[in-house]
Design a protein around this ligand. Structure first.
Ligand SMILES: Nc1ncnc2c1ncn2[C@@H]1O[C@H](COP(=O)(O)OP(=O)(O)OP(=O)(O)O)[C@@H](O)[C@H]1O
Ligand SMILES: [Mg+2]
Length: 646
């Protein structure tokens, strides 16, 4: 019979003779599997470990183990001695100690009682050990002595521990109380300044941020009691000057000093300029000045802030909202904007003023391309703007194509002065426009959304910045990148103008106290500062309008790209009667029709435009009311533009 061979694994490394199968670790000799010296070393190290642990435990519990240690030591001492005479001697001493304890009790002397009792217990233990040697009575005496020692020592130890704990708690409590007793400065150094104002500032700042100012310097006091300084803000999460500037209202409330506090960022990253004004530098009317700016590509100057800094407003590619209650200077700001734009050579002005007789924008009529005074005119104007958007869009797209063909980037923006003029549509009382025609609000809003990059901007003034005024949509207000507000009638208007939660950040138009003062939120101005607009009086307007009828200025329009012949192709389509072709009047078909030259029958038009004959018929019916003429041509009717009539 054939036996299957048993498989034997081969060890990985073997000694040369193969006698032992132990694996060899490279670099080491073969470890012997057992040897008596190594086992005793291991036992020794284990003992050492146990001893260390026991030692650590004993040292940790040293206070608890002290009585046990004491009685055990005495017992061992007693066991070491032998004989009757030492036993008698210890016994006598024990009896004397006991007597001392009794005497102490009798005379109510605690110390004598305690010492006597302790001595009696200890000596009785020793006496027993000496007399009885290694025996049960000795063990019993030891146990009794130990028990008695713990009976006294235990409560004492507990009292000591409680006292130590109490000391700990008292220390912690005292840490708060001590600086209070010594004055605030000891607890939070840096809260007292060199003057009452500085102290108020330091404390107000601490209350606001929880941090102490790094330094306060350049303190200056003016003759009227106004003061200013630079506060170096400390490192922290909420101490950046840019953030603090928005919390000026809260800081002033914390400080509780008279005057009006304003904050500004200083020259260095951690500089906060603090100013408290006792008098209003904007109290007097600012007369209108000439800035000499003649292009809308530059910002317009509207007024000044408390430090006399000019307020510049960029109007190009942005819509501007001017809000505010009646008689606080909205129209004043609108007039100022108009005055500035009037000087710009690259601007066409349009106006919407729905108040009967156009009291607000009427004076500017001579300088405007059109001024709409009622809902019908407003719709015409907005529809014209809509068509102009299409035209400008088409020109830009053609320009883009040309630019790309020449290897340059696309043309995305209509540049006034280069491509043509910028258009500004100024509306005084937007709410009135909405009230008179609901649909206009929607048209207005859609224009706001698409017109900006075509250099068509809206400047809208409104008394009631309600949701409805912005077209009823959730955030049409977002279309206005520039938002100005003169005094608001109600605190509730502020969020409608400057956004939710603006009041806590200091946007409080209801606190403005003089006409012409305004707050402005624009990409360049995102902190609530009070400005005052230059005041354009009626005579200023008359001068301004008259300016362009005098000889001083040559109003010859500047050559622009739109004057080039090819741009003609983008001119609005017109019917023979002169009216423009509306969106619902088949402009695409009309373009083809006008291009056919010799006119067309309904059938021919339908074929040329690939539409149904029905559609062609409806289009032609509409067009015939606008000056397209017809003539019989055999059995069918042929339609012509009048100039093409054979
Ligand atoms: N910048 C200014 N500086 C000083 N006073 C001004 C300024 N602007 C306006 N005023 C004063 O405030 C008055 C009212 O201004 P304005 O007509 O502009 O208010 P409004 O907000 O347009 O009012 P309404 O809503 O009734 O049209 C002006 O007659 C003028 O006396
Ligand atoms: Mg007004």
């Amino acid at each position: 019979m054939n036996q299957t061979p048993v498989y034997t694994p081969i060890p990985m490394t073997m000694t040369t003779d193969g006698a032992t199968a132990a694996y060899k670790i490279p670099g080491q000799g073969i470890i012997a599997s057992s040897s008596s010296s190594s086992s005793s070393r291991r036992a020794l190290s284990r003992c050492l470990l146990c001893a260390t642990r026991a030692g650590a435990w004993v040292s940790r519990r040293r206070y608890e183990l002290a009585p046990l240690g004491g009685t055990s030591a005495l017992t061992v001492l007693g066991l070491a001695q032998d004989g009757t005479s030492p036993a008698l001697a210890y016994g006598t001493l024990a009896a004397l100690s006991g007597a001392g304890a009794v005497a102490g009790l009798k005379h109510k002397n605690q110390l004598v009682t305690h010492v006597g009792a302790a001595g009696f217990i200890a000596l009785a233990d020793v006496t027993t050990a000496v007399a009885a040697g290694f025996s049960w009575p000795t063990a019993t005496a030891w146990a009794l002595a130990t028990g008695a020692a713990y009976g006294v020592y235990g409560p004492w130890l507990a009292t000591q521990r409680n006292a130590r704990m109490k000391l700990h708690v008292d220390t912690v409590k005292a840490k708060g109380a001590v600086p209070e007793a010594l004055g605030l400065e000891a607890a939070d150094p840096g809260l007292t300044g060199a003057s009452p104002e500085e102290t108020a500032l330091r404390r107000g700042f601490h209350a606001l941020t929880g941090a102490v100012p790094f330094a306060v310097h350049a303190f200056h006091r003016g003759p009227d009691g106004s003061w200013s300084c630079i506060l170096k803000t400390p490192p922290g999460r909420n101490t950046a000057p840019a953030l603090l500037v928005k919390r000026a209202g809260q800081l002033q409330a914390n400080m509780g000093v008279p005057g009006r506090l304003t904050l500004a960022e200083g020259p260095e990253a951690n500089d906060l300029i603090v100013k408290v004004a006792m008098s209003d530098t904007l109290a007097s009317t600012i007369a209108v000045t000439d800035t000499g700016v003649i292009t809308c590509r530059e910002p317009v100057m509207l007024g000044r802030d408390e430090d006399g800094e000019t307020f510049l407003l960029r109007l190009l590619y942005r819509h501007t909202l001017v809000a505010g209650a009646s008689d606080w200077g909205k129209s004043g700001i609108v007039n100022l904007i108009l005055k500035r734009l009037n000087r710009c050579e690259d601007v066409d002005l349009y106006g919407v003023d729905m108040k009967p007789g156009q009291p607000e924008l009427g004076p500017w009529r001579g300088r405007m391309k059109a001024l709409a005074g009622n809902a019908v005119q407003a719709r015409e104007l907005l529809e014209f703007i809509r068509a102009e958007c299409d035209r400008r869009g088409a020109i830009l797209s053609e320009l883009s194509k040309q630019a790309m063909a020449e290897g340059r980037g696309p043309v995305r923006k209509w540049v006034p002065g280069e491509h043509g003029t910028a258009i500004f549509v100024v509306t005084d009382e937007l709410a009135e426009l909405v009230r008179q025609d609901d649909d206009l609000a929607k048209l207005y809003e859609s224009l706001l959304a698409i017109a900006r990059f075509l250099a068509i901007q809206f400047v809208s003034a409104t008394q009631q910045p309600s949701r409805k005024v912005f077209g009823g949509s959730t955030d049409a207000r977002g279309n206005y990148a520039n938002r100005l507000s003169t005094r608001a009638g109600e605190a509730g208007h502020a969020p409608l103008i400057f956004g939710q939660g603006c009041q806590t950040r200091g946007w409080r138009p209801e606190l403005l106290d003089l006409p012409g003062k305004f707050l402005a939120q624009t990409p360049e101005h995102d902190t609530p500062r009070v400005y005052r607009a230059e005041y354009v009086s009626d005579t200023d307007i008359a001068d301004e309008v008259g300016f362009f009828y005098s000889e001083i200025k040559d109003t010859e329009p500047q050559p622009a790209l739109t004057d080039e012949p090819w741009v003609e192709a983008f001119a609005p389509l017109r019917f023979p009667d002169g009216s423009t072709v509306g969106r619902d009047q088949w402009p695409d078909l009309y373009r083809v029709f006008a291009g056919l030259g010799g006119g067309a029958t309904k059938k021919e038009l339908a074929q040329a435009c690939r539409v149904s004959r029905d559609t062609a018929m409806r289009a032609i019916d509409e067009w015939t009311q606008r000056g397209v003429v017809s003539q019989r041509d055999g059995r069918s009717t042929r339609y012509y533009l009048p100039k093409e009539t054979p």
